[in-house]
Design a protein around this ligand. Structure first.
Ligand SMILES: CC(C)(COP(=O)(O)OP(=O)(O)OC[C@H]1O[C@@H](n2cnc3c(N)ncnc32)[C@H](O)[C@@H]1OP(=O)(O)O)[C@@H](O)C(=O)NCCC(=O)NCCS
Length: 190
C-alpha cells in the first residue's frame, strides 16, 4: 500500500537513488557524475531540512519524494560547506558549479523564499502521487506562513511543466536550460 510520510535522515540514501534514477541521462553518464547529481539536487534537503520533506512509500520502500528548502541561509552555508566539500572531492569543477546553485534561489528569495524538488520512480508516475506529495508540502508551507515556493525545471520537461502549471506555478525566467517557476501561496495574496 502506498503512503506519504515525513522524511527522516534514514531516507537520504534512497532519495539519492531516486534522484539519480529520475535524472536526465547526461547527469548520470558515469558513477561519479551520478553521485555529483545526487549531492547537488537531493542530499541537502533531508540532511538539513527533513521537516520540509515528504516521501512516498510502497510497503516501507521509498519510491518518490518532494524535497524543500525554506532556509536559504542554511542552504548557502551547506553549498559552501558540507555539500561543497563532498562535491569538490569528486570534481573541483563541479565544486564551482555547486557554489553558484544557490544564486537563482537567492534572486527569487523575496517573493519565493522556498524551493522544491519532486521525483517519483517511473512505475509510480501518473497515478496522482505527485499531486498528493505537492499538496502535502503546500499545506506544510502554508502552516509555516511561507509566502511562496519556486523550482528549476528542465525547459524541455513539458510533462513536469504541465504538472507544475496545474498547481498554479508560473514561469519566471529561463537560464542555462533550466526554467524557473514560482507559486505564491494563498497567504501572500491577502
Ligand atoms: C513530474 C512528476 C513529479 C509528476 O508526478 P505524477 O505523480 O506523475 O503526476 P500526477 O499523476 O499527480 O499528475 C498530475 C498532472 O501531471 C501531469 N502529468 C502526469 N503524468 C503525465 C504524463 N504521463 N504526460 C503528461 N502529463 C502528465 C498532468 O498535468 C497531470 O494532470 P492530469 O492528471 O489532470 O492529467 C512525476 O511524473 C515525475 O517524477 N517525473 C519524473 C521526474 C521529473 O520530471 N521530476 C520533475 C523534475 S523538475
Amino acid at each position: 500500500m502506498l503512503k506519504i510520510r515525513s522524511a527522516t535522515p534514514a531516507d537520504i540514501a534512497r532519495a539519492e537513488y531516486i534522484c539519480i534514477q529520475t535524472a536526465d541521462e547526461k547527469l548520470k553518464s558515469n558513477a561519479r557524475r551520478a553521485r555529483i547529481t545526487a549531492l547537488l539536487f537531493s542530499t541537502y534537503y533531508i540532511r538539513h531540512e527533513s521537516r520540509n520533506c515528504f516521501v512516498l512509500t510502497d510497503e516501507e520502500k521509498v519510491v518518490g519524494y518532494i524535497l524543500c528548502c525554506t532556509d536559504l541561509r542554511g542552504f548557502l552555508k551547506s553549498y559552501r560547506g558540507d555539500i561543497f566539500k563532498e562535491v569538490c572531492k569528486l570534481s573541483p569543477l563541479w565544486g564551482v558549479v555547486c557554489l553558484f546553485i544557490p544564486v537563482k534561489y537567492a534572486l527569487l528569495q523575496k517573493r519565493y523564499p522556498a524551493h522544491l524538488h519532486i521525483d517519483i520512480l517511473e512505475p509510480y508516475q501518473s497515478s496522482g502521487y505527485g499531486s498528493r506529495l505537492m499538496q502535502a508540502l503546500l499545506t506544510r508551507l502554508k502552516e509555516q506562513g511561507v509566502r511562496g515556493v519556486c523550482l528549476s525545471c528542465g525547459a524541455k520537461n513539458t510533462r513536469a511543466i504541465h504538472f507544475y502549471e496545474k498547481f498554479g506555478f508560473e514561469s519566471l525566467f529561463t537560464a542555462f536550460g533550466g526554467k524557473m517557476m514560482g507559486l505564491k501561496t494563498a497567504l501572500d495574496e491577502r
